[in-house]
Write a protein that binds this ligand. Structure first.
Ligand code: DC
Length: 233
C-alpha cells in the first residue's frame, strides 16, 4: 500500500521535548512543522508590549483584530520562525517575562478561538506536524497519528534550564522549576481545552530515550499510520 501525507499531533507538558521531536519529524518527512505554543507566546508578547488588559474580553477582541501571525522558514537555523505583524519575534517569545504570562493568555477563550481557527486552516492539506497542548483533542481530533509526550519532572526542569541558560545566565533552576510547575497546573486545569491525553493518543515517555531513539520509534508509528489509514467518520 502506498504511503500518503498525514497529520501528526503532538501534545504534552511543558519541556517534554515536543518541539525537538516535531521539528525533526518535519525535516525527515518533508512536512510543515508548526509550533502552536509560539502562536500563544507571540500573542502574549503583543499584549505585553501594548499594555492590553487581558482580563477584559472586549480589550482582548480589539487587540486580536490587530494581530497577524505567520511563519517564515529561517534557512540558516533550519526552523520556522513566527512573525507578529510582519516582525520576526522568535528572539523575544521565550523570555521569562513572556513565559510567566503565556499560560494565563492561552487560557482566554477568545485567544484560543483565534489561534485554533488558524491552526485548523494550516492542516487542510495534511503533511503537517504540530505540537502543543490541545492539538490531538481540539485542533485535529481526526489526526492520523496522535502522540502524548511525557518525561520525568526533574529531567524536564534540567532541559529547560539548559535551554534558557544559553541566553540568560542569571536564571536559576528554582525559577525554571516554579515556572514549569505553574504552567503545567494552569494548562491542565483551565476551562478551555485543558491539556489532557486524547483517548487515541500514543504515550511517549522520553525520560530515558535519546533524541535519535525517540525519532526512530516515532518514524515507525508514522510509517504504520501513513500506509494503514484509519477509517474516520
Ligand atoms: O509549548 P510552549 O511552552 O511554548 O507553550 C506556551 C504556552 O502556550 C503553554 O503554557 C501552554 C500554551 N499552549 C496552549 O495552551 N495550547 C497549545 N496548543 C500550545 C501552547
Amino acid at each position: 500500500m502506498s504511503s500518503h501525507k498525514i497529520i501528526i499531533a503532538i501534545d504534552g507538558y511543558s519541556s517534554c521535548g515536543k518541539s525537538t521531536l516535531a521539528k525533526e519529524l518535519g525535516k525527515k518527512l518533508g512536512y510543515n512543522y508548526i509550533d502552536s505554543g509560539a502562536m500563544y507566546r507571540a500573542i502574549t508578547l503583543y499584549f505585553l508590549r501594548n499594555h492590553i488588559d487581558y482580563t477584559n474580553p472586549v480589550a482582548v477582541l480589539d487587540a486580536i483584530a490587530n494581530i497577524n501571525l505567520g511563519f517564515v522558514f529561517n534557512e540558516q537555523l533550519e526552523r520556522s520562525d513566527i512573525e507578529l505583524n510582519g516582525e520576526d519575534v522568535e528572539p523575544y517569545i521565550r523570555d521569562m517575562i513572556v513565559s510567566e504570562k503565556v499560560s494565563e493568555v492561552a487560557a482566554i477563550r477568545e485567544v484560543r478561538a483565534f489561534a485554533v481557527a488558524q491552526q485548523k486552516r494550516m492542516g487542510r492539506k495534511k503533511g503537517i506536524v504540530m505540537d502543543g497542548r490541545d492539538i490531538g483533542t481540539t485542533v485535529f481530533p481526526d489526526a492520523e497519528l496522535k502522540i502524548f509526550m511525557t518525561a520525568d519532572p526533574d529531567v524536564r526542569v534540567m532541559r529547560r534550564f539548559q535551554e534558557m541558560y544559553a541566553t540568560n545566565p542569571q536564571i536559576t533552576i528554582d525559577e525554571v522549576r516554579h515556572n514549569l510547575e505553574l504552567r503545567d497546573y494552569i494548562d491542565s486545569t483551565r476551562e478551555e481545552s485543558p491539556l489532557h491525553r486524547a483517548d487515541d493518543a500514543i504515550l511517549l515517555d522520553n525520560s530515558n530515550l535519546t533524541k535519535e531513539e525517540q525519532l526512530e520509534i516515532v518514524l515507525e508509528w508514522v510509517k504504520d499510520r501513513a500506509t494503514n489509514p484509519r477509517v474516520t467518520q
